[in-house]
Each structure stands twice: as structure tokens, then as C-alpha cells.
Design a protein around this ligand. Structure first.
Ligand code: PGA
Length: 255
């Protein structure tokens, strides 16, 4: 069992058709099949342009959210099958900004993830504690509760992302030791939820102010299998430097 590093860009609500085209044209030239797996998640409106450029390359395209139903009266929502039809391969579920600003709960995040997998999409499922929870010593309990939502998901089409909320967009990064502690706890929890062998192969990404100058240290930790990168992913050179910082070799789960 081995875990190929996965580096994902979360553009959030940024970008234009022209910018995603220029960015991906440069990226697909550079990304080769032997290094980390690379996923770019621009806003919904940019997905068709992104897929057009990335198709046939080693870069996969992801969406930042999807609904839990296949169709219906859900104004403003996008069904997973609609994303799959476009050629989108991944979707982010349960991002803390969805939880914080749009009422996302563990239950709805889990439902979105299950619907995404039913439509054939791979899921990056996000968990992470607030600063108050960390200071109150509740981090591991929060992660355990949030990861209950991965119950029933297919581990072969899942990655977890540990994103401490206090580190997102703040310039404050978790230390490598803090990240490793949380990732190890999440892997134990995934073992309970999904089985030991699935958990050994599950990629757990770190997210929260990942930058070219801190990526290598974070990605060097035993249970840090990749990164979910927000702000620093908007700059093509910066994102490439983060991809480059990931261990090129597939990491053996038993190492
Ligand atoms: P950041 O965002 O890299 O800008 O902190 C990460 C994320 O929210 O996924």
C-alpha cells in the first residue's frame, strides 16, 4: 500500500476564464505522471474552460462544492452528475468556509460527499478546529466528530484534508508537529470508520496557509500526504513550487 502525494489548488471565489486558461496551459506542460497528483478547483463558471485544457493531461479538475441530490428544486445548487458530465473529476466537501458562512453541517457535508461518489467523483473531505477549540484542548475530539461524516464513503475515491480554521487565509500555519499529530489522529479515526487497510492508503492533506517556503517541511511529515492550497495556489509559480516540494516518490504506508 502506498500513498501518492496529492496537491490541490482551491481557488475559492477568484479567477476569470482568461486566467484559468493561462494558468492551466502552463501547469499541464510541467506536471508529469510520476510526481504528485495535481488537482485544480476553480469556481463553477470556470470549470468548462479548465476541463477543456486539462483533458488528456496529468492535471485533474475539481469543483469546490456540490449538492446531495441528483436533481431537483434547489435554486443555486449544482448536482454532482452535472460536474461529472463536464469532465470534472474531484469535488471538495465540507470546507470550513462552507461550514462557517453557509450553514454546512457534518451531516450535509457527508451527504454531499456520498452524492459526489455516487456520480463517480473523487472527494476531498475537509475537517478542522477553530482557534477556541484548539485552545480548549478539543482539537482531536472535534476531528473525531467531524470525521464521523466519512462513514459509508468509498476510501478509494476519498482524501481527507486537515484544515485548522485558524490557519486558513491568516498566514499562520500549523507547525509540522501540530499537523502530524492531527493527521495521525485522523488516520486512526479513519481506520475505525473505513477499516485499517483503507486507512493506511488514505491520503490526508494539510491545508491552511501552505506556501512555497513552508510546504517541504509540512509535506515531510509521515502522515501528511499532500496539501490543499488556497491563496498561494492562485499564483502559478507559487503553486508549482509547492508541487515541487512534495516528495516525488510514492510513500510506502509502512515506512
Ligand atoms: P489558504 O486556504 O491556503 O489560503 O489558507 C486553504 C483552504 O482554505 O483550503
Amino acid at each position: 500500500m502506498s500513498r501518492r502525494p496529492l496537491i490541490a489548488a482551491n481557488w475559492k471565489m477568484h479567477g476569470t476564464v482568461a486566467s484559468v486558461q493561462a494558468y492551466l496551459e502552463a501547469l499541464v506542460e510541467r506536471v508529469a505522471g510520476s510526481g504528485p497528483e495535481v488537482v485544480v478547483c476553480p469556481p463553477f463558471t470556470l470549470l468548462p474552460a479548465a476541463v477543456l485544457i486539462a483533458t488528456g493531461s496529468e492535471v485533474a479538475i475539481g469543483a469546490q462544492n456540490c449538492h446531495w441530490e441528483d436533481a431537483g428544486a434547489f435554486t443555486g445548487e449544482v448536482a454532482p452528475a452535472m460536474l461529472a458530465e463536464l469532465g470534472v473529476r474531484w469535488v471538495i466537501a465540507g470546507h470550513s468556509e462552507r461550514r462557517q458562512y453557509f450553514g454546512e453541517s457534518d451531516a450535509t457535508a457527508g451527504a454531499r460527499a456520498r452524492a459526489a461518489q455516487r456520480a463517480g467523483l473523487d472527494v476531498i473531505f475537509c475537517v478542522g478546529e477553530t482557534l477556541e477549540q484548539r485552545e480548549a484542548g478539543e482539537t482531536l475530539a472535534v476531528l473525531e466528530r467531524q470525521s464521523t461524516a466519512i462513514d459509508g464513503l468509498d476510501p478509494a475515491h476519498l482524501a481527507l484534508a486537515y484544515e485548522p480554521i485558524w490557519a486558513i487565509g491568516t498566514g499562520k500555519t500549523a507547525t509540522a508537529t501540530q499537523a502530524q499529530e492531527a493527521h495521525a489522529a485522523l488516520r486512526r479515526r479513519a481506520g475505525e470508520m473505513l477499516g485499517e487497510s483503507a486507512s493506511a492508503g488514505l491520503r490526508i492533506l494539510y491545508g491552511g496557509s501552505v506556501k512555497p517556503d513552508n510546504a517541504a517541511q509540512l509535506l515531510g511529515e509521515r502522515d501528511v500526504d499532500g496539501a490543499l492550497v488556497g491563496g498561494a495556489s492562485l499564483d502559478a509559480e507559487g503553486f508549482w513550487a509547492i508541487i515541487h516540494a512534495a516528495p516525488g516518490e510514492r510513500r510506502g504506508a509502512e515506512e
